[in-house]
Design a protein around this ligand. Sequence first.
Ligand code: ATP
Ligand code: MG
Length: 401
Amino acid sequence: MMKPDVIVLRFGELTLKGKNRHRFEKTIFDQVVRVMQPFPTVSLSKEYGRVYLRLNGEPYAAIADRLKKVLGLSSFSPAYTAPLDVDSIRTAAVQAVQSAQTAPHTFKVSVRRVNKSFPHDSQEMNQLVGGHVLRAIPGLKVDVSRPDIEVKIELREERALIFSQVVEGAGGFPLGSNGKAMLMLSGGIDSPVAGFLAMRQGVQLEAVHFHSYPYTSERSQQKVKDLLAKLTPYAGDIKLHMVPFTGVQTKIHQAYRDNLLITLLRRAMFRITEKLAEAHNASAIVTGESLGQVASQTLSSMNVIGRAVELPVLQPLICMEKQQIIRIAESIDTFKISILPHEDCCTLFLPPSPSTNPNLRVVEKIERSMDWLDEELNEAVRQTESLWIKAEGEQLFTNFF
Ligand code: ATP
Ligand code: MG
């Protein structure tokens, strides 16, 4: 039984065009190098327009798991290398068919001859290898238009490369290729998913969490760290800003305790996040709102809350159904952490009936009467503790070019 000794990487159309190509590729390479860090003998190379990893004896399955978390990698293929002789190539081709996840009924062979000194041309090789596979695997048929499996053979200068399986990658844009944003991260189901989707769209994130310690526990802070840790395989280290919100909450609650309280508190959270964004060069705010989910997530409420800040507010989940959000949460492994019980800072002084239709003029008037408000928000920013959530086995990125 042969083992794959190479993995062919594909970056998708997006990254192959335009002036950003080089930068995109470099970002993806850096990320591949990062996720390969536990496998130091694996090497990355680029040849004949293809990028691939040489496994040098390291285990394919564990490596494939990590590759699936590299944003911007559209797909990859485990591949076998063989010496440039027909018999070795035939053996590898049979292996490529037999290692398919579900046994194929039909196949075809596609040969690409880079090495023009190889004695057989592509057409002859198709026949030589295809015929052998047919004899070796009873019941298998050739189908050149819609085969269950396509065995690709590349004849290179030194060796041949043989592969068939195509594994779907994370897709999206390379990490950070579309700028940086602050993710408002609670302990719930939605915001980690929103963060993941923004990240997959090429947005680099720093997370902001509001806590009301000592009214909310250390455990709920730990929960947020655990959630963020689930995003690090995709992103590497992520910065987390822990904002003590008790002071702001208490003062606002002393001055106002009616049905606009939640609106006021959420505007305060957005303002603090915007101040942190400015300090850390982020150009947007990402939140986990989903239209209609709770009282503060009506359009009119989001309008009044969003107007507290000037930065764009990205809400990747806005039109998604809960089930869809949960599916993503499961796929990035945050769901089981999110459903653990936790106290949220916003439930601390919950009014009996929060408004679903707040009035901007009224809200602004209340805020004008709180002449201490901005200073209180600045104080929360000053008291904010920032820490790095580290990807396990993390090292400095390596430069490839
Ligand atoms: P989630 O599941 O993300 O908690 P939710 O459905 O509970 O969302 P809300 O509580 O209304 O909705 O919060 C809406 C958004 O506001 C969250 O998705 C998150 O982006 C942000 N948010 C809420 N609470 C906090 C907090 N304590 N710290 C930081 N951001 C928060
Ligand atoms: Mg919540």
